[in-house]
Write a protein that binds this ligand. Structure first.
Ligand code: UD1
Ligand code: CA
Length: 458
């Protein structure tokens, strides 16, 4: 296999998105759009990827900061796709091999299709190979013009096409591969004498043919793959198709989905077999879920590691948290970042946690706020407990030892320590440390005025 480099065009603004953010930075299934073709190029075997940037160049560069195989090339003015590729060539000085050219707005392209196209290209010995598709409605795309023997002779843009050419259903995907020498030698030969006054990359095909070289077209087996996203309708379509692919892969790996159409799993999520996901869940990039879990309706999970056999009940929200095995959450619980729960922990309804470590088997079953706390194992947190962690200026920690029983409606005014095996009575406001094996009680003794109500009536 010859060395492979890729150029991804992403300098345009994407006016039809009607957005202050450029098109290729919009998210598709949890990844910025530009990342999809770049990932496909890498998977197809590219050692170097040059991303052509223009509008919001810094933001696009930021997506790839730290990736040593990706270079950004600046196209100050967007004078057309041919000009964009010319701007990328400095970054490939000295490169000899095959160059793959992609568009930043085709997130559905599969790496397998690129590999197939590269093999087709090498086998045929063509100067240029273009990926095409047969469309029922080809409007807007460049059309592939073939001669009477079926050989590709050029590509004509919608705005330049004659009535007959507009009838052609084979369209240009904007994805090509070609030999680097051919590209370097001919990119400057592209002119801008056309309806849009732009430098069309597609002119490379007619240039090749005029030199007696061959161009071939490989129709994609799945036309969805080459769908370019131009507006928000297509953005939603692309997102839906990618989600479908992601869900399918999880299901084939043994994950059950009650309703895949309403299950939103971003790219880069790992889920173990025999986990069941109910409708309306959203699982964001970077989450790892073990096997045998049940994720009930309308749960949102982002950036979490969840062990095996956990049960996440309806409408809970879990962010950047770690759960051991056999943990039960919710319904309607909110785990905020920094929540670390050991095996068999139970967090019940209307409980909020933040930066909390809880030991094995500990429970907070109802209506509680636990923040900045370290809680041992076998602890029971009663209903309505609050860690008062914030004094208006600083956050303070609450430390609770093993096997502590916190009664209902307790306030723990941090910083405070509750020693192991202690019991904090219901209604207590804990303001000083509780030694181990003790009872803490701060309620005002109850006073019963017998007959008081009767006297009031009379
Ligand atoms: C292009 C093709 C067309 C093809 C279609 C497929 C040309 C002349 N036409 O048309 O045959 O059917 O793609 O979707 O190539 N870009 C730059 N700099 C520029 C111009 C464009 O980086 O100066 C980038 C855009 O950001 C985009 C990509 O190139 O990612 C394609 O540009 P776009 O304007 O969408 O081309 P189309 O008119 O769709
Ligand atoms: Ca386009």
């Amino acid at each position: 296999m010859k060395p492979l480099a890729s150029i991804v065009l992403a300098a345009g603004k994407g006016t039809r998105m009607k957005s202050s953010t450029i098109k290729v930075l919009h998210s598709v299934a949890g990844l910025q759009m530009i990342s999809w073709p770049v990932a496909a190029a890498r998977e197809a075997g590219s050692d170097t990827v040059v991303v052509v940037v223009g509008h919001q160049a810094n933001a696009v560069q930021g997506v790839f900061r730290g990736a040593s195989d990706i270079r950004c090339a600046m196209q100050e003015e967007q004078l057309g796709t041919g000009h964009a590729v010319a701007c990328a060539l400095d970054a490939l000085t000295g490169f000899r091999g095959t160059v793959l050219i992609l568009c930043g707005d085709t997130p559905l392209l599969r790496p397998e299709t690129l590999k197939k196209m590269l093999a087709y290209h090498h086998d045929s010995g063509a100067a240029v190979t273009v990926l095409t598709a047969l469309m029922d409605d080809p409007y807007g795309y460049g059309r592939v013009v073939r001669d009477s023997s079926g050989m590709v002779c050029r590509i004509v843009e919608q705005k330049d096409a004659s009535i007959e050419e507009q009838e052609i259903r084979e369209i240009n995907s904007g994805i090509y591969c070609m030999d680097s020498l051919f590209l370097f030698d001919n990119i400057r030969a592209i002119g801008s004498n056309n309806a849009q006054g732009e430098y069309y990359l597609t002119d490379l095909l007619s240039i090749a043919v005029s030199k007696g070289l061959t161009c071939i077209a490989m129709p994609a087996s799945d036309p969805d793959e080459i769908m370019g996203v131009n507006d928000r309708v297509q953005l939603a379509e692309a997102d839906c198709l990618l989600r479908g692919r992601i869900n399918r892969e999880h299901m084939l790996n043994g994950v059950s989905m009650i309703d895949p159409l309403t299950t939103y799993i971003e790219h880069g999520v790992s889920i173990g077999a025999d986990t069941v996901i109910h409708p309306g869940c959203r699982i964001c990039a970077g989450t790892v879920i073990g096997s045998g879990c049940e994720i009930e309706q309308n749960v949102i999970i982002s950036g979490c590691r969840i062990g095996n056999d956990c049960h996440i009940k309806a409408s809970s929200v879990l962010e950047q948290s770690e759960l051991g095995e056999d943990v039960a959450i919710g319904p309607m619980a909110h785990l905020r970042p920094g929540t670390v729960l050991s095996n068999k922990v139970k967090i019940g309804n209307f409980v909020e946690t933040k930066k909390v470590i809880m030991g094995e088997g500990s429970k907070a079953s109802h209506l509680t706020y636990l923040g900045d706390a370290e809680i041992g194992s076998g602890v029971n947190i009663g209903c309505g407990t609050i860690t008062c962690n914030y004094d208006g200026v600083n956050k303070h920690r609450t430390i609770i030892g093993d096997n502590v029983f916190i009664g209902s409606d307790v306030q723990l005014v941090a910083p405070v320590n509750v020693g192991s095996n202690s019991l904090v009575a219901a209604g207590t406001t804990v303001t000083v440390d509780v030694p181990p094996d003790s009872l803490a009680l701060s309620r005002v003794p109850q006073l019963n005025k017998v007959g008081w109500k009767l006297k009031k009536k009379s």
